[in-house]
Design a protein around this ligand. Structure first.
Ligand SMILES: Cc1cc2nc3c(=O)[nH]c(=O)nc-3n(C[C@H](O)[C@H](O)[C@H](O)COP(=O)(O)OP(=O)(O)OC[C@H]3O[C@@H](n4cnc5c(N)ncnc54)[C@H](O)[C@@H]3O)c2cc1C
Length: 430
């Protein structure tokens, strides 16, 4: 279909959890919705090559900061959920209540429809089990985490979550886009939005590039859901946001050590973990596919560990970092503050204790990396509590998170999308 010649009630830019959730609500309410996504929509194959094409696109999906740390995200249908680790955490109610936002009704509805539960023991891999046993032996409150995985379709001994699950076991935002399409929404992949078209002080559509053509696409409602990097860039290009938008990214290091008596390396990552909200630190098992493990070992010069993947236990240490750095028009850069470094050191020390308890040797830590850019168009600063940036223009993705974070964002963004979609559909039907 030539979407450029059709009339729409709403345009949604980006298909991560925020955009997919809002699109589904709008389409379900009968609005004619156009969904624009700069990435492709090829079915997930679960291969390294496809993952790299979705999550290692310099300038949109992968950024090397000046301190050599890496920030990654998905540039594809479903956004980062195509390649993420499927861990779910409920929205922090107090953070949103401070802005008069109650996400509980959306959360209750989503809980009733989404796969959202800890993995059954049969799907917890030997490495995750060994780490959990060691952590609990130390008296740590190491608990199974909620996963957005359909256990009946999931396989033990599989490592493909992070490559894009080809078995339909891992939930991704693609599911909601598909539902939106079932309600008549039109999806246009490979379409990059350059700016919002503003006329008379309100949004009237977007300017986008599709197959080398510059298009002016019109609708009275525009929802930007390009993610923590994408949305502030579009706002800036539209003269509606700053050139450099500070952000958080929830930096992570993996602490790794080898044991002699496990032959594994292929399991669902983040089956269980420990959350220390006061300290802003979270830990979890994080068995990565072999090429990713080897890249991290190589990055810190541990050539001696390159062949030890099947015996290496890996623990993720993630922190709630301070908002800083900047998302620029073509780059994003952020360095750790002294407080961030102290949090990472504290988390690494706990991980080292767990690995020692598990009998691991040759322990090393990776350089930090990050996968949760957000907070760059915060509620209360860049948008109001209705996620409105300007008349007719809304933002619904990780960029609106109002403060430092340190949690798995997906479920919160689904709630925000559901709330926004319902609100906009209600207003347009009046
Ligand atoms: C490796 C990895 C593991 C993760 N693990 C977890 C986890 O276990 N649990 C969890 O909750 N979260 C996890 N996350 C993070 C989570 O997936 C993201 O925080 C979440 O997907 C962000 O959602 P979003 O709505 O902000 O949009 P995103 O998912 O960032 O998607 C934005 C979409 O908009 C598109 N876009 C951007 N700009 C434009 C433009 N100009 N025009 C058109 N399209 C555009 C992008 O291509 C992208 O598809 C992980 C992320 C990664 C990378």
């Amino acid at each position: 279909m030539d979407f450029s010649s059709h009339t729409f009630d709403a345009i949604v830019v980006g298909t991560g959890p925020g955009g997919a959730s809002a699109s589904r609500e709008l389409a379900r309410a009968g609005l004619r919705v156009l969904i624009l996504e700069q990435g492709g929509a090829a079915p997930l194959a679960g291969t390294l090559a496809q993952m790299a094409s979705m999550a290692a696109r310099p300038g949109s999906g992968a950024f090397v900061h000046r301190d050599a740390s890496l920030l990654v995200g998905g540039t594809t249908l479903g956004g980062s959920t195509a390649v993420n680790f499927a861990t779910a955490a409920p929205p922090p109610a107090a953070m949103f209540a401070a802005h008069g936002i109650d996400l509980e009704p959306s959360l209750a509805a989503l809980r009733a429809e989404l796969p959202l539960a800890p993995l059954p023991d049969s799907l917890v891999g030997p490495m995750a089990a060994r780490i959990a046993q060691a952590a609990r032996a130390l008296g740590l409150d190491w608990r199974k985490l909620d996963k957005m995985i359909r256990p009946q379709a999931c396989r033990s001994g599989c490592w493909r979550c992070a490559y894009g699950c080809p078995f339909g076991a891992k939930w991704s935002a693609r599911d909601l886009v598909e539902e939106a399409r079932g309600h008549g929404a039109v999806l246009a992949p490979h379409t990059r939005v350059l700016r919002v078209l503003m006329e008379g002080g309100r949004a009237r559509g977007v300017e986008a590039l599709h197959e080398g053509r510059l298009l002016a696409l019109r609708a009275p409602l525009v929802v930007l859901a390009g993610g923590g990097i994408g949305s502030p860039r579009i706002l800036h290009a539209s003269n509606l946001g700053p050139r450099h938008a500070p952000f958080f990214s929830d930096p992570v290091v993996a602490v790794m050590g080898s044991v002699a008596d496990i032959d594994g390396g292929a399991e669902v990552p983040m089956a269980a973990g420990l959350h220390l909200p006061e300290q802003g630190i979270a830990l979890a098992d994080l068995t990565l596919p072999r090429p990713m493990y080897q890249a991290f070992a190589l990055q810190v010069g541990r050539v001696d560990r390159l062949l030890a993947h099947r015996r290496t236990l890996s623990i993720m240490v993630k922190i709630r970092d301070e908002i800083g750095g900047g998302v620029g028009p073509r780059w994003a850069d952020k360095r750790l503050t002294a407080g961030d470094r102290a949090r990472l050191e504290e988390g690494k020390a706990i991980a080292r204790r767990i690995l020692a308890q598990a009998g691991a040797r040759q322990v090393f830590a990776t350089h930090h990396f990050a996968a949760h850019p957000g907070g760059s168009v915060r509620i209360g600063a860049g948008v109001d509590a209705d996620l409105r940036a300007a008349p007719g223009l809304y933002v619904c993705d990780a960029s609106v998170i109002p403060g430092p974070w340190g949690l798995p964002p997906t479920l919160t963004l689904l709630c925000l999308g559901k709330r926004l979609g319902g609100h906009l559909a209600g207003a347009s039907n009046q």
